[in-house]
Ligand binder design. Structure first.
Ligand code: SAM
Length: 220
C-alpha cells in the first residue's frame, strides 16, 4: 500500500499525530529529497528507511517502489514540504501504482494553497488553483483568459524571482483596484499576509524591498 503523507510547509510542529504514526510504521519512506525529510524524521526520532523519489527519478525508481508494494511492503510518499502531488512530485508515481492495482490512500492535510486561502478573506467556495504561472509560453494568454472569464478566487504559487514580474503582469490584465492577497513565508517566523489592490501591493514591495524574499502564495 502507498500512503501519501503531507509534511509541514516549514514549522515542524505542523504535522498530525497520525502522520507521525504512519511514518514510524511504514516499511519505507519515499522522499523528494532525503536530506530534507531527515530533518523531520530526526526531530521526531523516526528511524524508518528512506529512498529518494523526485521529479527526475526514472522508471527504475518507480519499479523499485512497485517491487516493494508487490512484496507486501507499506510505503509512505512525502515531498520536501506540504502535500506530495501539489506542485511537487507524486502524480506520476501515484498513477503507476494505481494502474498496477495497489491501494493508494492519503492523509488529510492542507498545503500552502489551502493555508493561504483559509486566512485570505477571499471567497473560497469556488477557487481555481493554477500552480505556478507558465514562465513564457501561454503566460499572457492564460492571464487574459482568467481575467476575462473567471470571477472567483484564483490561487497561484510564486517564487521570489518572479513575484514582482507577476504583479506587473496582473496589473495589465486586471482592474487596478482588484483586491489581491499575498501569503508570504506561511508558518515561518516572518509570516505575513499582504492585502490590497494590485497597485497597493506593488507599492508595498517598492517601500519594503526587504520583503521580496521567501515563498509566496498569490490569491487573485
Ligand atoms: N507541496 C507544497 C504544498 O503542498 O503547498 C508546494 C510545493 S511548491 C514546490 C513550492 C511553492 O509553494 C513555493 O514556491 C510557494 O509558492 C508555495 N509555498 C510553499 N511553502 C510556502 C510557505 N511557507 N509560504 C508561502 N508559500 C509557500
Amino acid at each position: 500500500m502507498l500512503t501519501i503523507v503531507p509534511t509541514p510547509i516549514w514549522n515542524l510542529e505542523d504535522i498530525t499525530l497520525r502522520a507521525l504514526r504512519v511514518l514510524k510504521e511504514v516499511n519505507y519512506i519515499a522522499c523528494e529529497d532525503t536530506r530534507t525529510t531527515w530533518v523531520l524524521l530526526r526531530h521526531y526520532d523516526i528511524q524508518t528507511p528512506t529512498i529518494s523519489y523526485h521529479s527526475h527519478s526514472g522508471q527504475a525508481k518507480t519499479d523499485k517502489i512497485l517491487d516493494m508494494l508487490s512484496n507486501g511492503k507499506h510505503v509512505a510518499l512525502v515531498s520536501d514540504a506540504g502535500t506530495p502531488g501539489i506542485s511537487d512530485p507524486g502524480y506520476a508515481l501515484i498513477q503507476t501504482v494505481l494502474e498496477a492495482w495497489y491501494e493508494v490512500s492519503a492523509l488529510p492535510w492542507p498545503s500552502a494553497v489551502i493555508t493561504a486561502l483559509s486566512a485570505s478573506g477571499k471567497s473560497s467556495h469556488h477557487f481555481l488553483y493554477l500552480w505556478f504561472l507558465p514562465v513564457k509560453k501561454w503566460r499572457q494568454t492564460l492571464l487574459k483568459r482568467i481575467s476575462e472569464n473567471y470571477s472567483e478566487t484564483v490561487v497561484i504559487y510564486e517564487s521570489v524571482h518572479r513575484i514582482i514580474k507577476t504583479l506587473s503582469d496582473l496589473e495589465k490584465y486586471f482592474w487596478k483596484e482588484h483586491k489581491i492577497v499575498i501569503g508570504r513565508e506561511l508558518s515561518k517566523k516572518f509570516e505575513e499576509y499582504i492585502r490590497g489592490s494590485i497597485v497597493e501591493v506593488q507599492e508595498y514591495f517598492i517601500k519594503n524591498p526587504g520583503k521580496i524574499k521567501g515563498e509566496f502564495v498569490v490569491l487573485i
